[in-house]
Design a protein around this ligand. Sequence first.
Ligand code: DCP
Ligand code: MG
Length: 450
Amino acid sequence: MDTQTNTPEHGFCRDCLTPQTDVVRRCARCGSPRLLRHPELYRLHLAHIDCDAFYAAVEKRDNPALKDKPVIIGGGKRGVVSTACYIARINGVRSAMPMFKALEACPQAIVIKPNMEKYAQVGRDVRQMMQELTPQVEPISIDEAFLDLAGTQRLHNMPPALVLARFITRLEKEIGITASVGLSYCKFLAKVASDFRKPRGFSVIGEAEALEFLKPQPVTMIWGVGKAFASMLERDAIRTIGQLQTMNQAELMRNYGSMGIRLYHLSRGSDARQVTRERDTKSISAETTFDQDFGNSDDLVPVLRALSEKVSERLKKADLAGRTVVLKLKTADFKTRTRNRQLNDPTRLADRIFATGLELLRKEINGTKYRLLGIGVADLCDAEKADPPDLVDIQSHKRALAEEAMDRLRNKFGRAAVETGYTFGKGHRGKPVRTGEEQEPDIRHPWERN
Ligand code: DCP
Ligand code: MG
């Protein structure tokens, strides 16, 4: 049967993948009502996949007794909701909501503390399955990624839309969680689409309908338009993307600077960004949100050291090095500060990352209290070019050799076998490092970070 005709009638059943050529309500083969049809269905290849209520879904998978119950993942000292399952969301529970409010809205909810290690492992499993579909996978966070399936038709013997539907059924069977798919011709609309009919959604936004689709949508749908920017637009009486569509580029630039260019293009559904493979990741970083806010070097430096080691470990695993060290701080009132320093040579050594990060951090220790500290390296390159023996600083070369020796020991005996003076016993209450909820490296596109 012809599965590739782009007509409004053509499509397939999302459950058994049987092609559908007539407009019927249920699949003739399996009876499922989950039929997908779209005039551009077999032409589009750029997808965004986002797991549904990710942490909660993993917990439900591991404890079937939770299946039909409202589940909230969160707690800890900060007392906020990390995520809530869709049953809890019906009762009004949302991510980032204070826990007491969430329990007011849904008193019968079962609250589970996050188990980051477990979620990170499931995230890796999902990512690995994605990479079997195409090498063009760009992870955005622990549970979402862009995939470009262009040119994979021969490999899979089916068009991208079907490959994606088959992937979702596999994810449900083999990993035991669900996800939603957005399929489009550009990243912006693929991401918008994946969010459209969550959970277990599969939405398609074609090129022909993009302008009309965007017209009534709120400006906040555009990447980078957060609350603050939206209220600036609101002051100019701009609320919908359709209003932006009527403005020319010069006008938008005059009013909103470089953001005006983005508003111009995205409002018209034009987004030329490519999917960047994981290997081409622009930076590697680690960050931590504290249980309380800190402004002292005694509190911050050991954390910086531990995070530097983590970044270095990741670089070494990926055989990468970076030339720019980036320090990230979030103040108690949620303002983000990033500070960069370029090195003479790329590095992958914890010692160099830490030393550079420390120079940057010292300048920021001025009484300001921070809720988050992160360190990372950007301008990545192959490890070969990293850390040439430093003729000027013999000590630094010695430290590099010592670090390599430590790595060898750690590989043999495990991480805890070797602790540096900075992290050993320096944490609060006897813990080597005091961190709040450990976070995945922030590999989101800059547009996504508020
Ligand atoms: N997360 C968090 N704190 C937030 C937002 C998210 O700890 N403020 C964590 C928990 C989520 C995971 O990240 O499970 C993925 O984030 P998503 O935004 O994709 O949210 P979910 O997957 O939980 O739900 P959705 O179905 O809306 O994607
Ligand atoms: Mg998600």
